[in-house]
Design a protein around this ligand. Structure first.
Ligand code: NOJ
Ligand code: CA
Length: 706
């Protein structure tokens, strides 16, 4: 058997075999298109490589670990056993882009052991799917090693082509960067480390954050990321621009001289490579969620996907403020000096206005930011611990009353916990804060982690914070609370295991358009995001800005899309909670466009990505659970374009009424963003339609079964 393996791998690896691989084995995807080969070189160092049919996608790439106070685990290994298994199941998403998810892979487990003392052992497990691969390291319980202090993981991904790459810098804190499009060999992350947000940024290497997506000359699409990031630190990918390689660089901590501390036994997160023939298939891939454990919460029926409005955009525009105008007394207690500045947004009255508007427009939630004491002292301060509390409202906000009023109107309040990254304060208060929510029947909270992480020396993506974010989700579940984190840990598919992980930021959201000194998100931003950040999981992007130029508040900023694109985002950018982010008065001024937000679904039975090219355009159609209505969104970058849509995804024999919200003849994201035309058409599954998208434009469509 071993000889057969060796023969097969030599066929796969003509060159590497000349480098004296001593043992080898391989595994293919269920459809046999992808092949992963594994072997040891003459120093007995493990390596793998990946082929897609005849193309070597990942060339000989070595694996290993470095530790504090222990010898590196790299060379001098032997394969003690190998095991291949096949797995095929269909599981259901409690909420999501689709209901049924096929999880079908071939697995290869390779057990490795040092040839000499201390004879340490670990395994490498590959799961090979039709849409890519995942592999992880498993450290079994063993004599002589109780705990490891990992200083670096040396996982390589060596590429064979200078791919067109869509990347953001390898930031240990924040994912709120504009994407860069360069060849792999031209990546210069350090030069792109500038940052216009409030959050901390640490970019020590020429590395990229994941997901990082690449397009090859033959149409091969690759995206590198990780799945099931639990009790480990996040992985950035260092770039070797000369040899076209990527290598893991774990996020560190200034408090420790190691990056990960784990007791044995443990498994690392999955290192993932989505591999497809085209861009749409990347979005349809379920690799990341499939590599996570099944639902541990079982019943999650207390969380309902929904649209929401909120006291939010008005603060970002400067119309109102989060703070009320309190000061601290000699004992450090927040007191109302009676000198409120009069611009506080989270007043009972204002929140009721949002509730009324939402109730009228089929929107089930209202987010209230700036409701609790502490906002006078939330950024730019070193001593942020103890500033916020998550149970004490400002004097002009009556929590009981807004909850009662909301219930009367069928609208839920969404809680807000801005921690200002003072994590000890938040951890200590979580039980009280979640208990308050439970008492009021509030089932979701938006959390925030703006600023440098406290304790000092930790980063948003280090092991300490990975555990903080994951513990918060687990604790919240006990109170039937769902989490939408801003300045979050990156999404790695844990929503499968903990479906109260509903959404998150982790990108440059809509807010950058309100105040960013670099002019906001350019029109290409979301056509890149759809094929990069969105592969990791749901995004709380907060779409739906109707007053695109908002000159009344700020003459230098604007949203850099057309109004039609703002509507299309409800379908294109997936999240089980979708904000209607603009001000009530801006919506009331445009009831025609508002109708789409009123109608659009948020929970889907299936998703079809109809076309797309990374960074250029994408069209997505989604079928709503319960109603079987379809909604479609198409968006483009700064280039106007025409797309032909085939409606063959519709049910055969059925007739639908399509209401089409499209860019007018003269629409343009900058010169004429509000030019919107709405028309209706009858469509069936044999309809083909040409859609014209303006520069920075889009099309939104509701397709209702007759
Ligand atoms: C940053 C978040 O992304 C934003 O949505 C929020 O309004 C502010 N922090 C305040 O918490
Ligand atoms: Ca943010």
């Amino acid at each position: 058997m071993k000889n057969t393996y060796l023969y097969v791998i030599c066929m796969l690896l003509a060159v590497s075999c000349k480098k004296e691989t001593t043992r080898a084995t391989n595994v293919t995807s269920p459809n046999k298109v992808l092949k992963v080969a594994f072997g040891l070189n003459k120093e007995k160092q493990p390596f793998y490589l990946v082929k897609k049919e005849d193309k070597t996608v990942i060339d000989t790439s070595y694996l290993g670990f470095e530790f504090k106070n222990a010898k590196a685990l790299k060379h001098g290994l032997k394969i003690s056993s190998t095991k291949e298994t096949t797995f095929n199941e269909t599981w259901q998403m409690p909420w999501g882009e689709q209901l049924d998810v096929v999880n079908n892979y071939n697995e290869l487990k390779v057990d490795l052991e040092e040839e000499n003392e201390p004879n340490r052992k670990f395994s490498v497990v590959f799961k090979v799917y039709n849409d890519g691969i995942g592999f992880r390291y498993e450290f079994p319980k063993q004599q002589g090693v109780d705990e490891v202090l990992i200083t670096e993981e040396n996982t390589e991904f060596n590429l064979t082509e200078d791919y067109k790459t869509f990347w953001i810098p390898g930031d240990w804190d924040i994912y709120e960067h504009l994407y860069n499009t360069t060849s792999l060999s031209k990546i210069d992350a350090i030069a792109k480390a500038d940052h216009v947000n409030l959050a901390q940024t640490s970019i020590p290497n020429n590395a990229v954050n994941t997901p990082v997506t690449m397009v090859g000359k033959d149409g091969t699409h690759l995206s590198f990321h990780e799945a099931a990031l639990v009790d480990y630190s996040g992985m950035t990918l260092g770039v070797d621009t000369e040899n076209l390689g990527l290598k893991s660089i774990l996020v560190g901590s200034k408090r420790n001289d190691y990056k990960v501390k784990r007791k044995l036994p443990f498994n690392t997160p999955w290192r993932t490579i989505q591999i497809t023939n085209n861009a749409p298939d990347l979005i349809e891939s379920n690799l990341i969620v499939n590599l996570n454990e099944p639902n541990k919460l079982e019943d999650i029926s207390w969380f309902k996907p929904m649209k929401y409005t909120g006291v939010w955009w008005e603060m970002h525009l400067g119309k109102s403020s989060w703070s009320y105008g309190m000061t601290k007394d000699e004992k450090g207690k927040w007191v109302d000096t009676g000198k409120a500045h009069g611009k506080h947004g989270a007043t009972t009255e204002n929140v009721k206005r949002f509730i009324d508007f939402s109730a009228k427009n089929n929107i089930k939630g209202v987010l209230v930011e700036g409701w609790n004491t502490g906002w006078e002292h939330w950024i730019g301060f070193e001593d942020r611990e103890g500033v916020f509390d998550f149970v004490t409202p400002y004097p002009d906000y009556d929590l009981d009353e807004v909850v009662r009023y909301g219930k009367e109107k069928g609208v839920d309040i969404i809680m807000h916990h801005e921690t200002s990254a003072a994590t000890d304060t938040y951890t200590k208060q979580q039980d009280t804060a979640f208990a308050l929510m439970k008492k009021h029947g509030i089932h979701s909270v938006k959390t925030g982690y703006v600023g440098k992480i406290l304790p000092k020396g930790e980063f948003h993506h280090g092991q300490h914070m990975v555990n903080h974010y994951n513990n918060t989700v687990e604790k919240a579940a006990k109170y039937q609370v769902a989490i939408n984190a801003h300045e979050p840990i990156k999404a790695t598919g844990l929503r499968r295991t903990y479906p109260n992980t509903i959404s998150r930021e982790g990108l440059r959201g809509q807010e950058f358009n309100a105040w960013s000194s670099d002019g906001g998100n350019p029109p290409e931003h979301l056509p890149i995001v759809a094929f990069t950040r969105m592969l990791a999981g749901p995004i709380d992007f907060t779409p739906g800005i109707f007053n695109i130029k908002f000159d009344e508040y700020n003459k230098t900023n604007q949203v850099n899309t057309t109004l039609a694109q703002q509507l299309a985002l409800y379908v294109v950018i997936y999240s089980p909670i979708q904000m209607a982010a603009d001000l009530v008065e801006h919506y009331e001024a445009n009831p025609t466009a508002l109708q789409f937000i009123k109608d659009v679904g948020v929970d889907w039975i299936q998703t079809k990505v109809l076309n797309g090219e990374v960074g250029e355009y994408v069209t997505i159609a989604r079928e709503e659970r319960e109603t079987n209505n379809w909604f479609l969104g198409a968006i483009t970058d700064e280039n106007a374009r025409e797309l032909t849509i085939n409606f063959d995804f519709l049910e055969e024999g059925a007739t639908y009424k399509a209401t089409i919200y499209k860019d007018g003849e003269n629409a343009h994201w900058d010169t004429n963003p509000l030019d919107l035309v709405v028309e209706t058409k009858e469509v069936t599954n044999s309809t083909k339609m040409n859609l014209k998208l303006a520069a920075g434009g889009g099309v939104a469509m509701s397709i209702i079964k007759q």
